[in-house]
Design a protein around this ligand. Structure first.
Ligand SMILES: *Cc1c(COP(=O)(O)O)cnc(C)c1O
Length: 405
């Protein structure tokens, strides 16, 4: 498919029209990522659930649905947003962690697919529903993977999933309560570049599949890496598709049934589609450093401060300017560094800077810290910029506050 990233001119035109800071999402990039994943697995029944916590704007949900995706939700409100976006309940997977049993009951009443990640919930669910409401079980295989300890979920101290070491107890509960187990799930972390981690996960699953006669699918979660730095590469999806398809076909031949493969990509689908455009408020030379202070902060894009993550930054207002070294900071009254020692084309006050790869966990993790307003969101589709969320207004800061005296 022909895909061209948004040009500096397009980004500048949007920043001029809608103001900054502004999150811009390029629909065609989401489509390209979705199709890459779909094509890599066309040799086997596969279902792709968009992990919507990465970016839940209702237009993004509708768009992803129009591509043919299902959706993975981690809270009951995400489930309700997905229903609002038009997803069929059989294409909504609910994968919560440490929620109240009532939230599980609510999801059950809505009829979506439930992924249980806790022995006590499994027991309560089994006692209540027996074999009347099939479920999926989230296993923690204790495979170490992922870019950063905070985003890796498979390690021994992780709160996610039911430990693979408790499999015998899972089986006892399933037997006693007559629970109908449709699927086994694992999600080992984020930013997994090595395709073999997924093969390893599948192998671990295969050991237990035989114990669940009604199994329809194996859900391998997500964790596909996308490149943030110029010298990084995304998870090799083509090779992943070929290797996993081969492994599962071999297994199926022996087991004499088909198992769908499910995935739950978040970042992979929506990271690269996103551009976060800010304005350079000040260029501030101190004794040690040249700072660029922009009209945003970790209240709008927390990943650098929270995960030490790297976002490529470019000066789209002066792309031919001489290269200089800057530390890019925000306007929040707390250490608020987006990037140290970055080479940028000469930055003048008023220039637009772009953070690339800002679609996933960008706007979604934003806040009103320092009583600043959340940015506007734009979706570019067929070359046209569509307003998909208005910038916060001052009144939004007071909404829900009660002046009690
Ligand atoms: C966050 C999450 C995902 C998506 O992870 P990405 O790294 O964004 O692809 C998938 N599944 C579950 C259960 C998650 O919690």
């Amino acid at each position: 498919m022909n895909y061209t990233p948004l040009s500096n001119e397009q980004l500048i035109a949007i920043a001029n029209e809608f103001g900054t800071p502004v999150y811009i999402y390029h629909a065609e990039k989401i489509e390209q990522q979705y199709n890459k994943l779909k094509d890599a697995f066309k040799g086997h029944p596969t279902k792709i659930f968009y992990a919507c916590k990465a970016l839940t704007n209702i237009n993004i949900l509708k768009y992803v649905k129009s591509l043919g995706a299902s959706v993975d939700c981690v809270s009951i409100n995400e489930v309700k947003l997905a229903i609002h976006a038009g997803f069929d309940k059989k294409n909504i997977l609910f994968t919560p962690n440490c929620v109240d049993f009532n939230e599980i009951l609510e999801a059950q009443a809505l009829g979506v697919i439930i992924n249980i990640d806790n022995i006590s919930i499994l027991e309560q669910f089994g006692n209540k529903f027996g074999n009347t409401f099939p479920v999926c079980i989230r296993i923690n295989p204790h495979i170490e993977a992922g870019g950063n300890y905070k985003i890796s979920t498979g390690h021994i101290d992780s709160k996610f999933g039911i430990s693979i070491h408790q499999m015998r107890h899972i089986e006892r509960i399933v037997k006693k309560t007559n629970l109908h187990v449709r699927g086994l799930h694992m999600h080992t972390g984020s930013e997994i570049k090595d395709v073999n981690v997924f093969l390893q996960a599948l192998d671990v699953m295969f050991e237990y599949v035989r114990n669940f006669p009604d199994l329809e699918f194996i859900d391998l979660g997500s964790g596909f890496k996308v490149p943030y730095k110029d010298d990084e590469h995304e998870t090799d999806i083509v090779s992943l598709g070929a290797k996993l398809t081969h492994a599962i076909k071999e297994f199926e031949a022996e087991y004499d049934r088909t198992l769908e493969i499910w995935f739950e990509p978040g970042k992979y689908l929506v990271s690269e589609c996103g551009y976060f455009v800010v304005k350079a408020n000040v260029v501030k030379q101190t004794t040690a450093t040249v700072f660029v202070g922009v009209n945003s902060g970790f209240n709008h894009l927390i990943r650098p401060m929270f995960y030490d993550s790297y976002h490529k930054i470019t000066n789209i207002s002066n792309p031919q300017g001489a290269e200089r070294i800057y530390t890019v900071v925000g306007n929040i009254c707390e250490t608020d560094t987006f990037a140290w020692d970055r080479v940028l084309n000469d930055v003048r006050e008023g220039d637009y800077l772009v953070f690339h790869n800002a679609g996933a966990y960008g706007f979604e993790m934003s806040s009103n810290f320092n009583s600043r307003l959340k940015p506007v969101e734009i979706m570019v589709k067929d070359g046209k910029p569509l307003l998909i969320r208005k910038r916060d207004q001052f009144e939004d800061l007071l909404r829900n506050q009660v002046e009690a005296f």
